[in-house]
Ligand binder design. Structure first.
Ligand code: GLN
Length: 338
């Protein structure tokens, strides 16, 4: 949708999606058909457990802000959320501590570097943004609780509010994250050196590994996206997951930093806030309209799901979803006014 899309236009778009013989269902089916045989990309193997995913898995779900759901393919296949979790924890940290305190610990600048790069802003010593590992570990460190179990419960509660059901961790993924997590520990120690994380940061690293190992499916991601699209209220449960004034902070970061070092290209080509993860998940948000959840494990060189990027590109083109797209309706008005 365009930034100035009217309420009527939004209703029309949702209306088009929801009718029983919905042409939108056909659009999803044909996108799935079009990309399902694309064999490009590789399943992540840097964490051994992730490599067990089947390259053929491919599911797409769209959930509207009115709560309708459209699914195709392996939409209910479970996988680990991985980096898709990061913007949601950034939002929770904002809710818990407010903008100023969070921005003391993490910046909002895209890096163009790999997600796991061991680097901090040289002037402020802050990690560049909350969607690279350094920034994500710093924001997870801001999730408080009287002890470790209460912090884990808080973590689960954050995601339960977004998803609308209880969540759990895949223990084999968690163990695999922990045993191979040396680079993340190095990042944690570097940030501790600059006092960007608390004394408790080793516990926060454990929490971060738990967070990455949460089990979701594409429908869950679509509901999470729809919650952000719906000003922070889960459209299936009516539960508020994030304060309305922080939604735009989360979406801005997703638009500028959400797709690893493809983020600039993504903002240019697709133009909607999104976040990907090495498990093969992508969540994308069309404000006021819907959340999109995609799962397909083969990743491109930048670490984004190959089929996931393709689906988003096509949806954006077909429905003029780019944030700065000028809709035909608006074009008409511009012509009438000139
Ligand atoms: N578990 C991953 C890590 O920190 C999460 C990264 C991701 O999805 N990019 O290494």
């Amino acid at each position: 949708m365009s930034i100035n899309q009217s309420g009527d236009e939004i209703d029309l778009l949702i209306g088009k999606m929801k009718t029983a013989t919905s042409p939108f269902r056909a659009v999803l089916n044909s996108l799935h058909e079009k990309f399902r045989n694309n064999q490009e990309g590789d399943v992540a193997d840097y964490i051994p457990e992730l490599f067990k995913a089947k390259p053929d898995w491919f599911g797409v779900t769209v959930v509207t802000t009115k709560g309708q759901s459209f699914q195709v393919g392996d939409s209910r296949q479970n996988f680990s959320i991985q980096s898709v979790s990061k913007p949601f924890i950034f939002g929770a940290a904002l809710d818990e501590h407010g903008r100023n305190k969070v921005l003391e610990r993490v910046g909002v600048e895209p890096t163009g570097e790999a997600f796991n790069s061991i680097s901090l802003d040289e002037e402020s010593n802050r990690p560049f943004n909350p969607l690279v590992n350094a920034g994500a570990i710093a924001t997870t460190d801001l999730i408080t609780g009287k002890d470790y179990p209460s912090r884990v419960n808080r973590l689960f509660e954050i995601f339960s509010n977004y998803i609308g059901r209880d969540v759990h961790v895949d223990n084999s993924i968690f163990m695999s994250e922990r045993t191979t997590g040396h680079r993340n520990r190095a990042i944690g120690h570097l940030m501790r050196n600059f006092e960007m994380v608390s004394n408790n940061f080793e516990e926060s690293l454990e929490l971060y590994f738990q967070q990455c190992s949460l089990v979701v499916d594409s429908h869950d991601l679509a509901v999470m996206g729809a919650t952000l699209a719906n000003q922070g209220v889960n459209p299936l449960t009516d539960v508020r997951a994030i304060a309305p004034n922080h939604v735009k902070d989360v979406l801005s970061i997703m638009l500028s930093c959400g797709m690893y070092d493809y983020a600039g290209e993504w903002a240019f080509r697709v133009g909607i806030p999104a976040k990907s993860g090495v498990g093969g998940g992508i969540v994308a948000v069309v404000p006021d309209v819907c959340g999109i959840g995609i799962f397909s494990p083969p990743l491109d060189k930048k670490g984004n799901s190959v089929r996931g990027v393709q689906v988003c590109e096509e949806l954006s083109k077909e429905f003029g979803l780019h944030t700065f797209a000028v809709s035909e309706e608006r074009q008409k008005l511009i012509q009438m006014l000139s």
